[in-house]
Design a protein around this ligand. Structure first.
Ligand code: AMP
Length: 429
């Protein structure tokens, strides 16, 4: 199918052509006609499926036609709520790209930055507002935003919103929306609490589902190296010797792990940076921008940080560890081969992770390709429980020793030793 067959107006078709979009993705093919017919939609789809365009394109079309009919002054007629700043920016960019010949304007607002540029943009007038919940409520309270003219409402990444504790904010926002509106609700997963929330927002919705498991697994070539835990840093450098890997998103389970990997790579002159929840918004933004510009070869990310970032034409994903939940693996590799391109996923597996590979292969119904040419093969055995306990004990002992030494050093380095403190009448407050 082609976009031309979806009953889209010329200004949007022209923009899609310029974006080099030829065929709609599955979610677009299913959702666009339903949204154009003014149905509420409950969409089960994750980032990477093309869901942003699936809602942005028909909303732009509605707004364009509404405006042509009543040619009034600009009012905020469409609202998109999304959990993170990164997603909000990307959604704003999508509206700008697909709507560039429509004359419609969008503004993006999110927290953690000065509100002035955002309130200035609001004063200049807009048709579409893309927002994270906290800043939206804040600016509503201050009187900069009124939702009374909203005709089209999108709640994006609903499951992630609830994970991030936004439920109260969402309820407050919904309470301010006009009852007569079209609502679209997207979530990667549909547990009970999400379905319940969707009932409060949607009116007789049509359901649209795209299954990431089968679709991602089919398109992506998936390789695995079986190795030892201690060999992973060297194996990673070996993998990166491949000049075809121009850029790669590398997943690490932990924040510390991702910092360590990025540090080690930089030491070996591989341009790398880590993004995770402990980094400031600015640091994350900079790392992402550098990666997009091609200044970074490796972007190391935790699962949470990586979800929602949009990087065009990402061919490679590396799993530095094997996730213990098979769905997480599918989400990770789904970051390569986006929107119809073929991707390559490379996983590094240590003995303790062997069992997770079986779960993954069961879920995707496919065997991962084992890399035979491997200078660091797996030779360590999987530990039994008693051995694991021993290792854990030893780790804890080392940790205690480390902190004890550090504390000793600290008190030794203090400008006031205990006796000095007493002498000088120093009091701890
Ligand atoms: P999303 O799932 O909305 O984050 O979109 C994933 C990526 O696919 C984005 O980089 C879009 O620019 C791209 N994309 C969306 N729809 C299409 C399409 N029909 N053809 C080609 N690329 C697309």
């Amino acid at each position: 199918m082609q976009f031309k067959e979806l009953d889209l107006i010329e200004p949007i078709l022209k923009a899609l052509d310029e974006e080099k979009y030829i065929e709609p993705t599955l979610i677009q093919e299913k959702a666009i006609p339903l949204i154009l017919k003014k149905n509420d939609v409950l969409g089960s789809a994750q980032t990477g499926t093309g869901k942003t365009a699936a809602f942005a394109i028909p909303i732009l079309q509605h707004l364009f036609l509404d405006r042509r009919e009543n040619n009034k002054s600009r009012k905020i007629n469409a609202l998109v709520i999304t959990p993170t700043r990164e997603l909000a920016i990307q959604i704003g960019e999508s509206f700008t790209a697909y709507g560039k010949h429509t004359g419609l304007r969008n503004t993006v607002i999110f927290g953690g930055v000065n509100q002035k540029p955002q309130t200035n943009a609001l004063r200049n007038g807009l048709d579409i507002l893309v927002a994270t919940p906290g800043r939206l409520l804040d600016l509503m309270d201050q009187g900069y935003i009124n939702l009374k003219d909203i005709k089209y409402f999108v709640l994006d990444e609903a499951d992630r919103m609830l994970d991030m504790g936004f439920i109260h904010d969402i309820r407050k926002i919904i309470a301010k929306l006009p009852a007569k509106r079209q609502s679209l609700f997207f979530s990667a997963t549909m547990p009970d609490n999400i379905v319940e929330l969707s009932r409060k927002i949607l009116d007789n919705p049509k359901k649209v589902e795209v299954n990431p498991t089968s679709s991602t697994a089919k398109l992506i070539k998936q390789y695995i190296y079986f190795t030892n835990k201690a060999s992973k840093p060297s194996l990673l450098l070996h993998v990166l010797k491949d000049k075809d890997i121009k850029q790669v998103l590398l997943f690490s389970r932990t924040k510390h792990g991702s910092d360590r990997i990025a540090r080690n790579l930089k030491k070996k002159n591989v341009d790398a940076a880590a993004i995770h929840g402990d980094k400031s918004q600015n640091q994350r933004q900079r790392a992402l921008a550098d990666f997009k510009k091609g200044k970074l070869r490796v972007l190391v990310a935790t699962d949470i940080a990586a979800r929602g970032i949009d990087i065009d034409k990402l061919r490679y994903v590396i799993n530095y560890d094997i996730p213990n939940i098979a769905e997480t693996y599918v989400h990770r590799i789904g970051r390569s081969g986006r929107a119809g391109e073929d991707g390559i996923a490379i996983s590094l597996c240590e003995p303790e992770e062997n069992v997770f590979v079986r779960d993954i292969e069961k879920l995707i119904n496919k065997k991962l390709i084992i890399m035979e040419e491997n200078p660091f093969p797996q030779t360590d055995k999987v530990m039994n429980n008693a051995e694991k306990k021993e290792v854990e004990k030893e780790k804890q002992r080392k940790k205690r020793e480390f902190f004890a030494n550090r504390d000793k050093k600290k008190s030794g380095n203090s400008r006031f030793s205990k006796s000095d403190k007493k002498k000088s009448g120093f009091r701890n407050r």
